[in-house]
Write a protein that binds this ligand. Structure first.
Ligand SMILES: *Cc1c(COP(=O)(O)O)cnc(C)c1O
Length: 353
């Protein structure tokens, strides 16, 4: 069945173990496995969950519900909506938070369900996505969180390199540690988890740059693509090709490379910028922007070039490959491509064990 995404579980499992070991060697033992890119793919998550992670994390509660039988505490990565508090408390053991009203809603839901819900308070140390601003007067929020019935303050965390592209370093991770120390000193609260970021912190492992008070990370992309995300460098001894996309040619013909006729908008309302390269051996694949953006695919045969896509068709320059209609072409995918492919119900998933 095509299009088809192959998922190499053995490679992913090796990546997962390599990351957990590297974290442990740096004194980090609260490593969350963040699987939001898998859109709730239970088979893959089950295989990775045994690699030594402390928590299983996703940004959507719908996915955590699917992971109910996997024996790891569940953590919700996107800040909850107060309106979903009871679902969050039911299906997640822990959530990341920055708003006291939401935390109070979670506490009320937890009391009603006879549960204690763990909260990690997020602090923004410069990237400007989620978190309490680190230079604000944060102690009242921390103390109100710790004092909310049904809530346990499980720790603090920060998130970097997501919106602003800010790279984790000794300064901004140091700011997180200062907050932890201030909370302990001023409020007398012990924080079991101090979570120092995502795959963009992985390049610091083994460099003695991560402050020793940081004992947690939340890792997704490094496991799935074997690279750190501060600079995009490959990580040694990790697999970068665990995912491969296969799509089928439904047309292969020699045609001009430049459209004939008066040119307006394409099917996505964009004005195409097309270069005339003369006659071209053009192929059309049965996959489109509903499933993946062309920019997130790389043909494995380096001779082939992607030249455009509409919602259901991907157009390629087949050059001198001699491919015919019915042939299958293979592509590497990146993180953003994987996210869309996993979400598309039109893409068949095959797990290789
Ligand atoms: C997605 C996410 C992560 C994991 O990010 P990667 O770059 O995939 O490692 C960690 N923390 C939060 C809050 C996230 O949303």
């Amino acid at each position: 069945m095509y299009p088809r995404l192959d998922i190499d579980l053995a490679k992913l499992e090796e990546n997962a173990k390599t990351i957990v070991d590297a974290c442990r060697a740096d004194g980090i033992d609260r490593v969350f496995l963040v699987v939001k890119v898998l859109a709730g793919d239970v088979m893959t998550v089950r295989r990775l969950a045994g690699a030594g992670f402390s928590h299983l994390a996703d940004s959507r509660i719908e996915n955590l519900i699917r992971f109910r039988d996997i024996p790891l505490p569940k953590a919700l990565m996107r800040l909850p909506m107060a309106s979903e508090a009871s679902r969050v408390v039911r299906d997640a053991d822990l959530s990341l938070n920055s708003e006291i009203d939401t935390i109070r809603a979670l506490g009320a839901a937890a009391v009603k369900q006879g549960k204690i819900h763990d909260v990690i308070l997020m602090f923004d140390v410069g990237d400007l996505r989620e978190g309490i601003w680190h230079e604000s007067a944060y102690l009242p929020v921390v103390s109100a969180t710790a004092g909310t019935a049904g809530i346990r303050l499980a720790g603090i965390g920060t998130n970097l390199t997501c919106y602003g592209g800010v790279i984790p370093d000794a300064v901004n991770l140091g700011a997180l540690v200062d907050i932890a120390k201030t909370i302990e000193r001023e409020l007398g609260l012990k924080l079991p988890i101090v979570s120092g970021g995502n795959s963009s912190s992985v390049h610091l492992l083994g460099t003695h740059t991560i402050p020793s008070d940081i004992n947690g990370l939340r890792i997704g992309e490094a496991v799935f693509f074997g690279r750190e995300t501060a600079y995009g460098n490959p990580l040694p001894a990790m697999h970068r090709d665990a995912f491969t996309l296969y799509a089928k040619l439904v047309e292969a013909a020699v045609k001009p490379s430049f459209p004939q006729g008066k040119i307006g908008m394409n099917s996505f309302g964009e004005h195409p910028d097309i270069v005339d390269r003369g006659l071209m051996h053009r192929g059309i694949l049965a996959i489109g922007r509903q499933d993946v953006e062309a920019a997130n695919l790389t043909p494995i045969d380096a001779r082939i070039r992607i030249i455009g896509a509409s919602s259901d068709h991907l157009i390629v320059d087949l050059r001198d490959t001699g491919h015919h209609v019915g042939d299958v072409l293979a592509f590497h995918v990146d993180y953003a491509g994987l996210l869309r492919l996993m979400t598309s119900r039109y893409v068949h998933k095959r797990h290789r064990h």
